[in-house]
Ligand binder design. Structure first.
Ligand code: PLP
Length: 361
């Protein structure tokens, strides 16, 4: 069986170091917002070239907290792509704000910047693009639309650790905040749940460190209505060790993507495009008859993923919210997308086999 993603294989050379480092924490009784969290926040800021980072419990909370820190009036509108993971939209709804969906580009699944323009009105307070599949949205272009209006930009970068924009800048340079998930299968994943928000704005930073910790910067001094959403020390310890390998693993992903582009030659299969400095979290193809291709892959013992089988407007819990709205490209991608393995340590032979099986389809 060719696995979709093998975290054990990827990290096993680190297991002994993990255990050694964790034992130090066990000895210190250091579990909540401890030294490791501070160290990881500093390291992640350095890595993303941002001034501040705030660890939290998961990527969904990172988005929730980032939006919450803006203190927006109820029912303010947040513009968000119609093709993303549900969390992007839940974070808006759970802040009592209104998600306004925009279709995505059929070629790369990124929010259509021209369409954003049509949806901006006086209630628009946030634009929330998603750096999907590892591609990075052109925030500079989105900023041009905002002009002098007071609209914030929050990036959902849960799938794009280490990504750079088309001009070579690290994610977050032009947005107000950028939110990451460390769900195990991400480009940088932990051993459970974890998330982080990066920002260059001290005001947001100071608010976020309170919001994630029950509204308190200092114990018993609760100045905000916060939540309990802390990145725990155990996860931060492991993330500190894993961060060093991220660039190397992202490069391997890029090489695999190049290999797929060179070797997959089948006019029944469309390869989705990526932004110039994508970190290839997923390698997504589009096919007309997905069920048939799935049978073919299963027969050849190749695992696959689907990101995602339904556009946001078609999810059961949202059908009333987005009634009568259509998002042609997002719905088309949902029906025809299939993600190929892009595990950085995929063996050459396995990679060749995947291409042969696809060309044979
Ligand atoms: C685009 C996107 N946004 C948000 C999230 C939410 O992250 P988490 O699962 O850590 O809550 C994910 C992860 O699944 C994601 O892929």
């Amino acid at each position: 069986m060719i696995k979709f993603y093998d975290i054990y294989r990827q990290d096993k050379h680190l297991h002994n170091v993990f255990i050694k480092e964790l034992k130090k924490h066990f000895k210190k009784n250091d579990f909540i917002l401890g030294d490791s969290v501070k160290k990881f926040e500093n390291n992640f800021s350095k890595y993303t070239k941002s001034k501040f980072s705030v660890g939290c419990a998961n990527g969904t909370d990172a988005l929730y907290l980032a939006i919450k820190s803006l203190d927006l009036p109820e029912n303010s509108e947040v513009i968000v792509p119609a093709m993303t993971w549900i969390s992007t939209v839940l974070a808006i709804i759970n802040n009592n704000l209104k998600p306004v969906l925009v279709d995505v580009d059929k070629k790369n699944s990124l929010i259509l910047i021209n369409e954003i323009k049509r949806k901006i009105n006086s209630k628009t307070k946030v634009i929330l693009p998603v750096n999907l599949y590892g591609s990075v949205v052109d925030i500079k272009e989105i900023k041009k639309l905002i002009d002098r209006k007071k609209i914030f930009i929050i990036e959902d970068s849960a799938q794009a650790h280490g990504g750079k924009d088309n001009y070579g800048n690290s994610i977050g340079k032009y947005s107000d905040m950028s939110c990451y998930s460390f769900y195990p299968g991400k480009n940088l994943g932990c051993y459970g749940d974890g998330g982080i928000i990066t920002t260059n704005n001290k005001k947001f930073y100071q608010k976020l460190i309170k919001l994630r910790n029950l509204g308190a910067k200092k114990k018993h001094i609760h100045t905000e209505i916060g939540v309990n959403s802390r990145l725990d020390t155990v996860q931060a310890t492991l993330l500190n060790l894993k961060l060093n390998s991220l660039d190397k693993l992202n490069l391997k992903r890029r090489n695999i993507a190049n290999f797929y582009r060179m070797k997959i030659k089948n006019n029944k299969i469309i390869l989705m495009e990526h932004s110039k400095n994508s970190v290839y979290h997923q390698f997504v193809i589009l096919v007309r008859n997905r069920a048939k291709l799935i049978r073919h892959l299963k027969k050849n013992l190749i695992q696959y993923g689907i990101h995602y089988p339904l556009s946001i407007n078609k999810l059961n819990c949202f059908v009333d919210l987005f009634k009568n709205q259509k998002f042609k490209n997002a719905e088309y991608i949902a029906k025809s997308c299939l993600s190929l393995p892009i595990d950085p340590n995929l063996a050459r032979n396995d990679l060749k086999k995947i291409c042969d099986v696809l060309n044979d389809y």
